[in-house]
Design a protein around this ligand. Structure first.
Ligand code: PMP
Length: 367
């Protein structure tokens, strides 16, 4: 069966090698006579996969021993509540930088869950001008509370296509980042990140597992007056085997990260993401009477390229002709409109070249 060029925003394209390995091993896993889906998560055969997934992630993203790597469920949105529940100390405040819909929801959730504990969340700055979120803020716009429990940012804004080129300096205040849409696509200076979380379903695996990378001291000092299953510490102390983990999602994450390493590792993947984005933005800029990329140049995302056509009729025509050409998943988020090419780790350069070629031809025919 022919596979398409898949620009879905998430769940998204996975390495063919990872899928084929899953197919080969699906019914009977490594001589056990049963599928991994039928194993106990306490069996050595599963534990090996689990530990390998953690080890490969550490290797791929150069995660140091100062940080734990946790596998959780509930998606990135669950982390909107987990972060303040664990890290926002009673009576204290947390700072939120609001650069998109997800960032706003994270702030709103923190406000909700902190209230009963006499703590609060504060918006440091929002770039929601006319609901458009076309940039991340300048350093001069952010004045952090030196007493805050943490500062929260969204490293890449999936819907609007903006990204922090470098993270803000927060001094001694821990920096927490929702990295859902760019985790695994770029290097991270872990000395600057106190805690990061990411739903795996964009760059590093399938839906169903959320990765949390957090400083050990911060996790150990997390609040204990919250339900056990909500505590990062419980996951850290049990190596994410506190309860039944999403075994198959973790297995597919293992296959995916293995493939990314085999393709040359993070340096290669990051360079490729930059080159893919440069190709598409360059094309939009060179045909700017037809394609408009609304995000400010220095905030442009290397993984979600948002662009607009002159009319909604042309959007529809673009989408249907693209689909016929084997290019799928290009519709912008319903709250933003227009078009969006998500060019995560497993969307390789040849697929993006096909899209660029299609865009050139489409512009020539419809200008
Ligand atoms: N944060 C960001 C930046 C996202 O892109 C998404 C999903 N698109 C979420 C949070 C929510 O993720 P989930 O569906 O895993 O809860």
């Amino acid at each position: 069966m022919k596979r398409v060029a898949n620009f879905n925003a998430g769940p998204a394209a996975l390495p063919l090698e990872a899928l084929e390995r899953g197919q080969r091993e699906f019914v009977a896993f490594e001589g056990t006579g049963m599928s991994l889906l039928e194993h106990s998560h306490r069996e050595p055969s599963y534990e090996k996969v689990h530990r390998e997934a953690i080890g490969l992630l550490r290797e791929y993203l150069s995660i140091p021993d100062t940080h734990d790597v946790l596998f959780m469920q509930g998606g990135a949105r669950m982390q909107f509540a987990f972060v303040p529940l664990n890290l926002l100390q009673p009576g204290k405040s947390a700072d939120y930088v609001v650069t998109g819909t997800w960032a706003k929801q994270a702030y709103e959730e923190a406000t909700l869950v902190s209230k009963p504990y006499g703590s609060s969340a504060r918006v440091v700055v929002s770039t929601e001008k006319d609901k458009k979120f076309t940039r991340v803020p300048e350093t001069s716009e952010m004045s952090f509370d030196a007493e805050a429990s943490y500062v929260h940012i969204t490293s890449n804004n999936t819907l609007f296509g903006s990204q922090w080129a470098s993270y803000p300096e927060t001094g001694n205040v821990p920096l927490v980042a929702d990295m859902t849409s760019d985790f695994g696509s770029r290097k991270v200076d872990w000395s600057k990140i106190a805690l990061a979380y990411a739903g795996a379903q964009k760059n590093i695996g399938p839906a169903g597992v959320t990765v949390v990378v957090g400083r050990k001291d911060l996790i150990q000092a997390g609040r204990t007056d919250i339900p056990q299953i909500f505590r990062y510490k419980g996951y850290a102390d049990s190596e994410s085997l506190l309860n039944t983990p999403p075994v198959f999602a973790i297995y597919m994450l293992r296959n995916t990260v293995r493939a990314l390493l085999d393709w040359g590792g993070l340096e290669v993947i990051e360079a490729e993401c930059k080159a893919k984005a440069a190709l598409l933005y360059g094309l939009c800029d060179s045909l700017s009477d037809f394609y408009r990329a609304p995000v400010e140049t220095k905030s442009r995302s290397t993984v979600n390229v948002v662009f607009q056509l002159p009319s909604e009729e042309l959007d529809k025509k673009f989408l249907s002709e693209a689909k016929a050409a084997g290019l799928v998943g290009l519709k912008g988020h319903r709250s933003v409109g227009g078009l969006r090419a998500s060019i995560y780790t497993a969307v390789r350069m040849p697929s993006v070249q096909l899209l660029a070629e299609f865009m050139r031809t489409f512009a020539a025919a419809n200008r």
